[in-house]
Design a binder for this molecule. Sequence first.
Ligand SMILES: Nc1ncnc2c1ncn2[C@@H]1O[C@H](COP(=O)(O)OP(=O)(O)OP(=O)(O)O)[C@@H](O)[C@H]1O
Length: 240
Amino acid sequence: MIHIAHLKKQLPAGPTVLDDISFRADDGEFIAIKGASGSGKSMLLKCLALQESWTSGSYKVDGKEVPTTWSGRYRIRREVALIEEKPSLHPGRTALKNVLVGSAAQASALRRLTGMVRNDDYMGAMDTLEKLGLLDKAHSKADKLSGGERQRVAVARALVHGAKVLLADEPVSGLDPHAADKVLGDLKRLCKEQGLIVIAVLHQGDWAERYADRIIGLSGGKLALQVNGRRLTEREKNLL
Ligand SMILES: Nc1ncnc2c1ncn2[C@@H]1O[C@H](COP(=O)(O)OP(=O)(O)OP(=O)(O)O)[C@@H](O)[C@H]1O
């Protein structure tokens, strides 16, 4: 479970880009974030992923305030994974190797340098790729994968390295509707089967309405909307 209360982010230059944001996400919940360009969606995900600091407010994971120590934050960074719109995969490595070796935030320096893997890690990675329908792509180089497959490899990589919370920034932008359905369908299924928390920026189209348990709307860095996942009314859409 994650819980943020009165989160505020003020940039050094002065503007406040997140202002008094409070919400909680329970295990197994899929939350969509909507909001116009510049409303603070990406900044919110970066704060949750500890890639940006916040000026004030509280952020708790499983009931405990996020630690300020480096080692405590390292653990949270493994548990709370940010998957970017265009995930950075090593282009010359296979999908399997990308999953196994992990990203800079997830893998040890030795593993990143040597690419060393253990047999049980290999089995775990293949199992996760299978869950994401990517078994036949395990040995394909990352630069030969489609946008949707790359997204799913990034999800597999986060899960193999211990993520319990997946933060996805525009995971389906640029994907055709079929690929987008596959990515969001997989995220939703994993969320329910494994009790993961998924928080995805899904501003375009009706993806949020179709997949989310809850929709959070931002406007000008403030919480403008918080409703259960359903078709938004015209009045609600106008708040964003
Ligand atoms: N490093 C930064 N320096 C200055 N301003 C920033 C920085 N990062 C974000 N901002 C500003 O903070 C605000 C929120 O940015 P953010 O990227 O979170 O918006 P967003 O809702 O994700 O937009 P989009 O949908 O266009 O990606 C914007 O006004 C942006 O210009």
